[in-house]
Design a protein around this ligand. Sequence first.
Ligand code: ANZ
Ligand code: ZN
Length: 855
Amino acid sequence: ELRYDPQQIEPRWQQVWADERTWHVDNAALDADGAEPVYVLEMLPYPSGEPHVGHLKNYAIGDAVAHFRRRQGKTVLHPMGFDSFGLPAENNAIKTGQHPREATEASIASFQRQFREWGVSIDWDREIASHRPDYYRWTQWIFLQLLKAGLVERRSAAVNWDPVEETVLANEQVIDGRGERSGALVEIRQLEQWFLRITDYAQRLLDDLDGIGWPEHVKTMQRNWIGRSEGARVVFHNEELDRDYEVFTTRPDTLFGATFFVMAPEHADVLALVEGTEQEDEVRAYVNRALTADRAERGAADKPKTGVFLGRYVVNPVNGERLPMYVADYVLMDYGTGAIMAVPGHDQRDFDFARAYGLPVKRVIVGADGEAPEGVDPEAWATSDDALPYTGDGPLVDSHPEFDGTPNREALSAITAWLAGEGKGEATVNFRLRDWLVSRQRYWGCPIPVVHCEACGMVPLPEDELPVLLPDIEDYKPKGRSPLAAAEDWVATTCPTCGGPASRETDTLDTFVDSSWYFLRYTDARNDGAAWDPAVTNRWMPVDQYIGGVEHAILHLLYARFFCKALTDIGVLDAQEPFQNLFTQGMITKDGAKMSKSKGNTVAPREIVERFGADSARTYVVFLGPPDQDADWSDEGVEGVHRFLSRLWRLAAEAAELGGATVVDGVVSGAPGAALPDDPQGDDLELVRKAHWAIEKVSHDLDGRFSFNTAVAAVMELTNVLSARRNAVVELDPATPEAIAGWAAVRYAAATAVSLIQPFAPHLAADAYERLTGLRVWEQPWPQAEQRFLQRDEFELVLQVQGKVRDRVLAPTGASKDELEQLALASEKVQGFLEGKTVVKVVVVPGKLVNVVVR
Ligand code: ANZ
Ligand code: ZN
């Protein structure tokens, strides 16, 4: 008759947590003695429709971390909010005429309801939504601070223009040169746009990656996106027009091998170079085609090379040779200078172009030995043109007597220095990162807080005029400019500087701006006199653990990092990095495929929660595989987890009942307690040992490792041993000392198991723990494993420094490489040999030795 009934248990505890505001954390708590602030944050959701299983997984992971840290005695901030401006709501408005605010608020309500039903431990007093004026007021304030600091720029930029929809399209909305929806050929237009100067921070954004605990692959993606290249700018001169053209090259050592010169179709000088010449028509046609072609393909290595001769030449500064000038679409305008010196002997794309257009290919670097095809003399091969393009290193040839024979890497610096001396170039660093285009010709976004005055030009609004409220409009369809332009009464205003007539900016901000600072607002969310109080915010920041999808590994994370650096430089924040540690969760798939509405293969969390309860749903999504990996959803899997939780709950409830607890209408009386037995014997001792093994395993798996699947598996293992012991004890005469001791051990192990599962199944844990002990599990310190119960065998671990034995210590059998490395570095004797040295490598032979290699 004891039946696990999540539909009854879960709402009851949710009510307790809501009534008592259990997860609320007051900023005043930061002043408490020994308060250790820990900030746990999941990426904020975009509220559209209902939450999906990806959300469930995200918040199940974050909530487990929050619970674990709380029970370790930390003061935990775990807030929630909504990234609620954006295109889907606006597109829906265009289709249905319904105000985007309505659909957005309805979706937010649905998300809130489900987060409560999942029992996520959120401090709702700090909720934010980026579309509400009490939030975007401060988004506008930040924009003004960036403007003051010179980090905002307005300039004209090329945009994709759909002539049928009369709107600007993002690059992703252009398919094969046509508008995604209209199918019309996209034109390139120049529009005034707003940019944030993130490129000023390129080097710092790169350098500071070294100091943060992010997955290596995410750091690599950021590094590649920032794309730092060392090289040189080299000036080429055109005599007919008496003009200089600069290129960026990473390989000035190959300058003597340049045989032609190429400009991007967008290069402002291309048309000027051919104006009035016989090449003009052909060049114009080529440029037009190139501008509307699919951009993603432009730079692709395997695309056949095309281009047109401009009928002009530039002079190679190192040898005076005349190089023919071409326009070709494999050169991109938004990298380097938009023009290149082509070295077909040593660059694959230049080589392909040279072959296609019959241009000379010249070898200026000798190849290394040993790469010749079979039967070919390596020495001959090293200088043969058949081996081109050669992209490796080697000594220079056919360049200049001063450099011939010099290894090319040395020649690289020497040639750059020579160019600098002649005023024809200089060493430079180039970044792939572009400035951040933040203006959108869209309605459902944060208004940009400036006006345009006929007399004064662009005028930022005074801070006390914020927020600039988003006006209501009739027609959401963009026509030429932002739909906001139609709100004429709103647009017409007066200039704060001269009082004359002015018009409001009608572009809105990219929603990435909203999400670049929301984590700051949470720290002081109800502050209506400032975006935040630095004294408070600096105590919480940086976020200790950030959790989200890898799809945000580049843009969102980069923009948030940029904001923190800029705001810190401005002096309103002291946090160079927003997210000290990052965890990226894997996707939940179905039959190996991404879940999507169009495929009809989605799993609605609501249905799962209704059938099995939130605890089963939460525990399952962290159990179905290592949480950072993609994993396939399976209905049997949820059922399995549900069976496990049912069994654990029944074991605990039964042990409590047999110990004297009664539960009437959810009120527990006579809880028997579940203390660690004094001196357990025999099978009871084995059970207690198993409990301590589980404590150690779960604590280890949760401590920054996110090995939640193995943590849950450990509680399952404990539950199996617990169940076996229970089956034996039930058979005993209840009055005997053996039975009494047996039930005490069972109660202890059951309480330990529910305590360990609490971060994943908080309702079940609260309920079972209360029955056993009368206590609230979330208020209990995280259990500690006692050494005397840990029956791990030990072995003698040999510790070496530079291959010499320096110490021997006892290590647990089966310890991981990490653990053994920690043991070695913790040895005082080893430390003595590391003083003043840098550890370059630690070699671990599990079960045997650790060797520390130093420099
Ligand atoms: C001559 C050369 C010789 C180059 C050689 C490479 C190899 P990363 O490393 O990515 O920075 N380049 C420069 N600007 C370009 C543009 N706008 N569009 C297409 N290609 C461009 O690449 C730098 C190299 O990419 C530059 O060095 C340039 O070609 C090319 F054996 O100059 B190199
Ligand atoms: Zn004015």
